[in-house]
Design a protein around this ligand. Sequence first.
Ligand SMILES: N[C@H](CCC[C@H](N)C(=O)O)C(=O)O
Length: 257
Amino acid sequence: MTIPFTKMHGLGNDFIIVDTREREYPLDTNTIRTMSDRHHGIGCDQFVTLSAPTNPKADVLVRFFNADGSEAGACGNASRCVAKFVGNNPVLQTQNGLLPTYQQDDLFTVNMGKPHLDWQSVPLSEAHDTLHLPLHDAAACSMGNPHATLFGDVSQAEELGPSLENAPLFPERANIGFAQILSPNHMRLRVWERGAGLTLACGSGACAAVVNASRRNLTEKTCRVTMDGGDLSITWQEDGTVLMTGPATLVFHGEFA
Ligand SMILES: N[C@H](CCC[C@H](N)C(=O)O)C(=O)O
């Protein structure tokens, strides 16, 4: 059986999307890893499945898997791509709850929900102030997936990312953001992603970085985040939820043999 898929990206953070709403496909972890492999398969940072929602307030149920086959509770860039793929401003049902989406011209906004700020929710393996971890003085929060943000030099991502992703402090591993504050409303960010490595952009990582930076009074709650693949606009709203706005690009449709 061949598996139809759609290839999309958000600022170069790329995805395979398989729509199982009309028909099931054999998508075990091995198949996901093979399809995600850039040499033996199609290649992507994350693999995304769409299925019928179980919540009547949602339009589509979305699951996110890293290239290593591990499941992620959130994926901001992929959420914008799913909003474009499904159309009509769908509400996404995800592990992190219902995410409303809005399109304006060629930009897509996803309400990524509220960040989780306590150590048990990140999660950490022991109690710590999530604003100042005993690990490069990083700040941590969850956007439905674990994020740690280091403030300083973005060039350290490749050097420090692998060990920090797997640090004992992160029992579920973590996405590691390296942020440089440029102004109260602008930062540079690079993210070493859990299960995927260094990506050109990370939507949930950009949300986490703005939440963490504003908690430390390093930026305002509205901030432009410039990553290797381009810019996202992030706003941590008064109601506690985080808006992320950026592009979503369709690359091609295909069939995996
Ligand atoms: N690229 C995604 C993040 C994937 C997160 C995944 N690496 C994990 O949490 O395991 C984004 O745009 O938010």
